[in-house]
Each structure stands twice: as C-alpha cells, then as structure tokens.
Design a binder for this molecule. Structure first.
Ligand code: URA
Length: 430
C-alpha cells in the first residue's frame, strides 16, 4: 500500500477501505508516514468527507493504536465527555454526584485546548492533586472511591494524540468525522461501558449550529453502539459561557458553589448529564426519576463529600472546598462597560475563552496562572443601560490591557432582545 495513492483516492472523493485506514493509522504511529502526508490526507478528508463506515474504521484503528484499558475487574464503569466549551465545569459536579450514588466513574480528562478549558487543569487547582497517576492506581481508586479523575494519557489512542496536534496546526479541526473519531477512539480505549456525551453547539463550541451538533452526536452515538458501548448524547447550548465564571480558579469556585446547593445553569446541565447516565445504566427508568436522586445527592451534601474524598485520595488540598472564596484572590481587575443601551443579543463565547487564555500570557507566552480569568456581569437577553458593566477581567501582569479590554468589550453585541436561549435542547440515544 502507498500513502500517496491513499491521499489521491480521498482527494478524488473516493471511499477508503478499512485496510487503507489501518495502514494510515499504523504509519502515523510508527512515523513512516510523514507529517506533511498526514495533514494532506486530513485536508482531503475535510474537503471530501468520510462515510459513516470510514469514520467507524478510523475510530477503531485509532482506539487500538495505544493501550486499551480493561475495566472488567472493576465492574461496569461510566464516563462523560464534553465536546468542549467555555466555563464548562460539569465534570467536577457530575463525577462526585455519580460516585456518591455508587456509580463507578472512570474519568480521563483533557487539558485546555484552544478556547476551551480542560478538566485536568481545573483538578490541579486543588494544590497537590495528581492527575498523572498510574493506570493501576486509577483502577484501584475507582474500586475504593467509585471515581477517579486523571488526565488523558498519551498511552491511550496514540494516533489521536499525534493527529490532533497536526489538525490544530493545519486548519483541519472542524470536521465531523475527525472530531467524532478523535473523541470516540479515546473513549473506547479507556474502557467505560456507559458514556454520556455533552455535545455543545453555539459561539463557544466547535459545532456552531444545532444541526451540525446533532449530526456529530448521532455519529458518535452510532460509533459507540457498534463498539458495544451504551451511549447517549445531550445537545446543549454554548451560545454563552455556561456560568459567569471563566478561568481555572473561577470555574472550580463555581462548581464548589453548585455542590453546596447553588442553583444555576451549571447545576441544571450537570443534573441532566448525571441523570442520563443513571437511565443508561438502568438505575432509574426515567430522567425525571433520576433527577430526584441526583438533586438529593447534591442537596444532602453527599456529592460534595465525595469530591473531598476524590481530591484527598489523589493528594489534593481539600481546604478550598470549605472556603471557595479564597480562590477569588487575583490582584488586579478591570471592568468593561457598554457604550450602548439595549439587550445583550449575542456573546462571542469562543473569544471570551481565548481572552481568558491570553490573560495568562507573560511576554507573549502562556505561563499557567490559575487565578486570572473573567467574570461576566451579563447574560444573553439581559437589558443594559449606557455604562453598565459587561464583564470584569482579573489579571496579574499585562502588557496589553487596553487591547484585551477592547477585545472583551467586542464580545458583547448590544441590540434587540434575542430569542430565549434554551440550555438543554434534547437527548439522543436514551
Ligand atoms: N475534543 C477531542 O478530543 N477531539 C476533537 O477533535 C474535538 C474535541
């Protein structure tokens, strides 16, 4: 087989065989296929697409390209995955809720990617928390505590790790087949048998429209089912950040507040995702019945207690769970105001994520700083008067404060009252 022939075949809109896809994935991992050949094929895939069958073959080849975790010894394990958003901290709520209800949750999480945040980074806000424990320790903690949250190791779905980096650098991220195979290969390799996918659409998501988001969700659900996994997808809005808090410390703060009883969109979506898992795992018959259990796990404090156990077991300092306000200690702040009266009709959510990321830059290079971030003072549909606060930026040292402030202000469109933005659109596969 020859990679140039495979590239030409896809360039001409033809369908690749399972063997050709396997040859490509093997070559990527061994280094026999060069980066320029990989990106060439990725671009041809972006331009001409892949059939569902090709996408399934790519997913399975990538899933098998590294270690495959067998969790049979632990029992049936569940997992959740978000397609990526801004202020999206549901894992910190969903995992302790499920674990407190006796559901074994094996969570391998990503790092911040582009405008999106990463759960692994957020767990490290608990000082000392080790996201890089061995697979054996991961398995033993799931047995002991019903849950462990670690960072996605390169040992799993190795091909995805290599391809993802090349996609980022070659403008080939936003393709349904490539996104679905990237996400599902990692999920399949990590061994959970029940998965809820949180599929986001909107200005802060990879899928900008509901229609594309539903297509992606259906594709991933079908791939999961074919691979023998029970999977459903919740379609949710990312037309604005999930909460008003953006940035690692801020987002951990907001998840602790939800586990302490605060009612907001983060609670609503987390409850729904956890409930979908309870239905898929046949613990409950309906989402409504499951939501009762989930809300009780939060309101009784047992989920918060479980978070404490998860954090302590992986070496983290749990004191911030009792005093989350200490997370909001950034030195400097700058408020951005509107120069127009009207309604908040649009929010550029991805740009808010990028600005939050850029607040960590020192001399143009990101130097991780968990205490910086943004607090939004308005939501979609809010009425604002001239000079009302739109958002507050928290920073340590910035060379380009005026530039970031200008960008932040431009994230908010003030105009006509928008249509109501529904947080949860529907669920596919339950
Ligand atoms: N998350 C992933 O893991 N892969 C993608 O391609 C997009 C989001």
């Amino acid at each position: 087989m020859d990679i140039v022939e495979i590239i030409n075949k896809k360039k001409n809109g033809k369908i690749l065989t399972a063997n050709e896809i396997q040859f490509f994935v093997d070559g990527v991992c061994s280094g026999k296929i060069k980066d320029y050949q990989t990106t060439s094929l990725l671009m041809a895939i972006c331009l001409n697409g892949m059939t569902d069958e090709e996408t399934y073959c790519l997913t399975m080849s990538m899933a098998r390209s590294g270690k495959m975790l067998n969790l049979d010894d632990v029992g049936v394990c569940v997992d959740k995955h978000s397609t990526g958003g801004v202020s999206d901290t549901t894992t910190l709520v969903v995992v302790p809720v499920l674990a407190s209800l006796g559901i074994k949750t094996a969570k391998m999480s990503g790092r911040s990617l582009g405008f999106t945040g990463g759960t692994a980074d957020k767990m490290e806000v608990f000082k000392g928390y080790n996201t890089e424990i061995s697979t054996d320790k991961f398995v033993s903690l799931i047995k002991e505590n019903n849950a462990s949250i670690i960072s996605q190791s390169a040992d799993f779905a190795l091909a995805d790790k290599i391809i993802y980096k090349l996609r980022s650098d070659s403008g080939t991220v936003e393709n349904l087949s490539l996104i679905a195979s990237s996400i599902m290969s990692k999920k399949i390799a990590c061994g959970a048998k029940i998965i809820v996918l949180d599929c986001k659409y909107g200005s802060g998501a990879f899928m900008k429209t509901k229609k594309d988001c539903k297509k992606l969700a259906k594709l991933m659900v079908e791939i999961g089912k074919r691979a023998g996994i029970k999977v459903c997808a919740v379609i949710s809005s990312m037309q604005q950040p999930l909460t008003e808090f953006v940035g690692n410390n801020f987002e951990v703060y907001s998840s602790i507040k939800v586990l302490s009883g605060e009612k907001n969109n983060l609670r609503e979506l987390s409850c729904y995702l956890a409930s979908a898992i309870l239905v898929l795992s046949e613990r409950c018959k309906t989402i409504l019945e499951a939501e009762e259990l989930v809300k009780n796990a939060i309101d009784s404090g047992s989920a918060k207690q479980k978070l404490r156990q998860i954090v302590k077991s992986q070496g983290g300092d749990d004191s911030i769970i009792d005093s989350p306000e200490t997370l909001l200690n950034c030195k400097n702040k700058f408020e951005v105001q509107t120069d127009k009266a009207g309604y908040i009709s649009k929010i550029d959510t991805a740009e808010i994520g990028r600005i939050s990321h850029d607040l960590q830059k020192i001399d143009g290079v990101v130097k991780r700083q968990d205490d910086v971030g943004i607090i939004l003072n308005v939501k979609l549909g809010d009425k604002v008067n001239l000079s009302d606060k739109l958002a507050t930026m928290y920073y340590n040292n910035l060379d380009d404060l005026p530039e970031l402030a200008k960008r932040l202000k431009n994230c908010f469109v003030v105009g006509k009252k928008p249509k109501k933005n529904k947080l949860i659109e529907c669920v596919i596969g339950v």
